[in-house]
Design a protein around this ligand. Structure first.
Ligand code: ADP
Length: 376
């Protein structure tokens, strides 16, 4: 894949195949809970999917909290922030995260530790953290544990990004809807002025076109908004493709299309959503076909960690300059055909929700190839 189309890791997530080295025993935890208690604590949180970390208060001669040391950290927190075992002995909290010094967050940590009153807040990090790095937006829950704190961090980076995107789409939709709605208002005004006369056919046709465009925009945004919700099961990709081909049979026949389907795997996906991806891609192959009879190939290749699925056609092809842009909401590269530019944005959202990536290539020999990955 061209590097420009490789998307960065979602924040806070590191290669999950690399198991972090455990931090070993936390003597203060043993002191607080006893051997079996500390073992139980670890057994509970070692397998916990969210990041969990313990901090112990460091007090001066007058008993004031001046810093915290690192206690137990579960594998999720070590993985999320790329923390090595050395972090615990090498740094205090303020050394590992200097921006906390004198901050409201530090004062609040002290208050939680002294009062036992828990604290919930959301924080965005993009900063070194000891030998590791913190990147992303987290909901952080902090509670007192002995003379220290336990932190639970939920990574909400992807949700916050999505919410931001949806907000900006709402603005674009409102803006784009103005055009067909203004058209409708104008045409209705025209009909009103000619009351008593039968409505001219071209005015009715334009009214229908504007109303359909407004409806397509609204439907597209709704589909997009729901594309991130998945109900997954194990399904044969070949079966989904056969269903899609059946749904599009009439337009495939009209395009004199040949469909070549390679050996396809079983995958763990939301079948409704993945069918939508295949439908959009095949629908586009038909829509953006050239003068020669359409040929579409669907193949899957097994990589070490994922399936790479390719739909290739012999149609108009994609200008490499547009290959990335066309996956954006409302982005189009062809105004000779009808469309609102939502189909590929929906594909991208669905594929990313499954943990994959999608991109387009201009293969040798013409046409276009749309590739997407699905984790195995
Ligand atoms: P729409 O089809 O409504 O424009 P899409 O998001 O499905 O929206 O596609 C975005 C753009 O990508 C299209 O306008 C077209 O220029 C280009 N495109 C998509 N699929 C193909 C294809 N198979 N061959 C050539 N161009 C394509």
């Amino acid at each position: 894949m061209p590097p420009s189309q490789r998307r960065p890791y979602p924040a806070g997530v590191v290669d999950s195949d690399v198991e972090p080295e455990p931090w070993g025993d936390d003597p203060k935890l043993v002191e607080l809970l006893g051997g079996p208690g500390a073992a139980g604590f670890r057994a509970l949180f070692d397998g916990f999917p969210e990041a969990v970390g313990v901090l112990w208060a460091l007090r001066d001669a007058d008993g004031r909290i001046i810093d915290f040391t690192f206690g137990y950290g579960n594998p999720s927190i070590l993985r999320a922030f790329r923390l090595t075992p050395a972090t615990r002995d090498r740094y205090t909290l303020l050394e590992a995260l200097p921006r906390m010094r004198g901050s409201r967050a530090f004062d609040t940590y002290v208050r939680v530790c002294e009062s036992g009153e828990p604290w919930v807040h959301e924080v965005t990090y993009d900063t070194p953290f000891g030998d590791g790095y913190m990147l992303g937006t987290f909901v952080q829950r902090t509670a007192k544990l002995g003379d220290g704190l336990v932190n639970f961090l939920t990574d909400v980076t992807a949700q916050r990004r999505m919410e931001g995107e949806l907000r900006s789409y709402a603005n674009v939709v409102a803006h784009d809807l103005n055009e067909p709605i203004a058209g409708i208002a104008l045409l209705v005004g025209l009909l009103e002025r000619r009351a008593g006369e039968p409505p001219p056919a071209d005015v009715l046709r334009q009214l229908r076109t504007s109303a359909e465009r407004a409806r397509d925009l609204i439907n597209g945004v709704l589909v997009y908004a729901r594309a991130g919700e998945l109900i997954t099961e194990r399904v044969a990709l070949g079966r989904l493709m056969a269903e899609v081909a059946e749904d599009l049979r009439a337009s495939l026949e009209a395009a004199a299309a040949t469909l070549e389907i390679g050996e396809l795997p079983e995958v763990e996906v939301d079948p409704r959503q993945l069918r939508r991806v295949l439908q959009n891609l095949l629908g586009n192959a038909v829509k953006y076909r050239g003068d020669t009879p359409l040929r579409v190939e669907l193949t899957a290749l097994r990589d070490s960690q994922e399936w790479v699925v390719t739909m290739r056609d012999n149609g108009l092809g994609i200008d490499p300059e547009n290959a990335t842009r066309i996956f954006d909401m409302f982005a189009r590269a062809n105004d000779q055909t009808d469309g609102v530019g939502i189909g590929l944005a929906v594909c991208r959202r669905i594929v990313e929700a499954h943990g994959g990536r999608i991109w387009a290539e201009a293969p040798d020999g013409g046409g276009s190839a749309f590739r997407f990955t699905l984790p195995r």
